[in-house]
Design a protein around this ligand. Structure first.
Ligand SMILES: Cc1cc2nc3c(=O)[nH]c(=O)nc-3n(C[C@H](O)[C@H](O)[C@H](O)COP(=O)(O)OP(=O)(O)OC[C@H]3O[C@@H](n4cnc5c(N)ncnc54)[C@H](O)[C@@H]3O)c2cc1C
Length: 343
């Protein structure tokens, strides 16, 4: 805990005595897969406990061993679920802001962050209007914000060339289904690819889309009937796939074909044999949608990779070194916060 709770904004923070003491336990140089070998002999069991590396958008053979903290936390403390879904948190936070007299503008994209002499002055909106501000907090995807919202030349540390050289996480193909049927099916379900190592290599190294996929299926209506009308259910299907470094043309034909393969995999490997006949509404999101519609750089939904060279001191700070009154917030900027988010 002392290590997770400390600040790593200076390089010598990594030399603090409590960080040093922890070194033997950080499994430096070992991957998550290696570390799980200390606990499980069976290959399949090891793999079952590495799935959490996908939360980091990483391969378990590359993910730093210290992240074994995540499967441990999930199994030791369990998982909490918010009734009504995660959006309820944003709604509740919005309510607090409004109660305090704040005003929230949705569907109001920011086009540029205006700065001069190393200080932020405010933002320019998509419609050209300007909003002056004492402080600006950026919650959009980090690499997108650096490339698209910052005036070129504002930040030397995060120039487009430097960002392009960084490692990014994987992407996802999503299917959100509304079904006119309820299934006796767990809340959380994971289907592993037949050859999981090959599946992971195709995502992270070869940047290839293949038919042997891993799938996460969430059936939240089993615990939360507020999500669908009586007798109906809502399924969330996530397939980890390569980010936009893969040369996949996500046109209508490709989306239709891949959707078919995902449903086929589910039908073959679970008891949801008839889901296709019960779909009432559906929405899909592919890497191109993540990039173009949700402003996620390379469609890398889990943001910058969590390899050691991009963690702690080496990860972007919440406070910019080269820009005053401008802050980064959000899930994927500081790994320490990110771990805390899981704790
Ligand atoms: C498919 C998927 C599954 C996930 N599963 C989990 C999970 O099981 N557990 C978990 O803990 N985390 C999970 N995550 C990660 C989690 O969703 C993120 O860590 C979290 O949403 C990050 O929150 P955020 O506020 O930083 O960013 P976001 O929730 O991405 O919010 C960024 C906001 O900025 C807005 N924005 C972008 N550009 C502009 C602009 N120009 N102007 C104005 N607004 C803009 C966007 O519209 C968006 O509302 C998952 C993510 C994905 C994509």
């Amino acid at each position: 805990m002392p290590c997770l709770q400390r600040d790593y904004s200076k390089w010598n923070d990594l030399l603090a005595p409590e960080v040093f003491q922890l070194l033997p336990r950080l499994s430096l140089g070992r991957s998550l897969f290696d570390v799980l070998g200390d606990y499980f002999k069976d290959e399949k069991l090891k793999l079952a406990f590495t799935f959490q590396a996908k939360y980091l958008g990483m391969s378990p053979w590359e993910c730093p061993g210290a992240f074994a903290i995540i499967p441990f936390n999930e199994h030791n403390f369990g998982i909490y679920y918010i009734k009504g879904g995660l959006n309820e948190i944003s709604q509740a936070m919005g309510k607090v802001v409004q109660e305090e007299g704040g005003k929230i503008h949705t569907s109001t994209p920011a086009k540029k962050i205006i700065s001069s002499n190393g200080k932020v002055q405010g933002i320019e909106l998509e419609d050209g209007s300007r909003v002056e501000a004492d402080k600006v907090i950026i919650n959009a995807d980090f690499a997108y914000a650096m490339n698209e919202l910052m005036e070129p030349g504002t930040l030397r540390k995060y120039s487009p060339e430097k960002i392009a050289r960084k490692k990014f996480s994987c992407s996802t193909f999503m299917l959100y289904l509304g079904l006119d049927k309820e299934y006796e099916f767990n809340h959380h379900n994971i289907i592993f690819a037949r050859d999981y190592k090959n599946n992971v290599e195709n995502i992270f190294k070869n940047f290839r889309l293949t038919d042997d996929m891993s799938v996460y299926i969430q059936n939240p209506t089993i615990n939360d009937p507020t999500l669908a009308p009586q007798g109906h259910s809502a399924l969330y299907i996530l397939v980890p796939i390569a980010n936009r470094q893969a040369t996949v043309n996500w046109d209508e034909k490709q989306v239709k074909e891949y959707r078919g393969k995902v449903l086929e995999t589910i039908k073959n490997k679970t008891r949801l044999k008839d889901i296709e006949e019960h779909i009432v509404v559906e929405k899909s999101i592919n890497p191109l949608n993540w990039e173009e519609d949700y402003n996620v750089y390379r469609g890398a939904t889990f943001n910058l990779g969590h390899n050691l060279s991009q963690l702690l001191y080496f990860r972007p700070r919440n406070r910019f070194e080269e820009l005053e009154n401008c802050f980064l917030a959000g899930g994927r900027h500081q790994s320490r916060q990110w771990i805390a988010h899981y704790l």
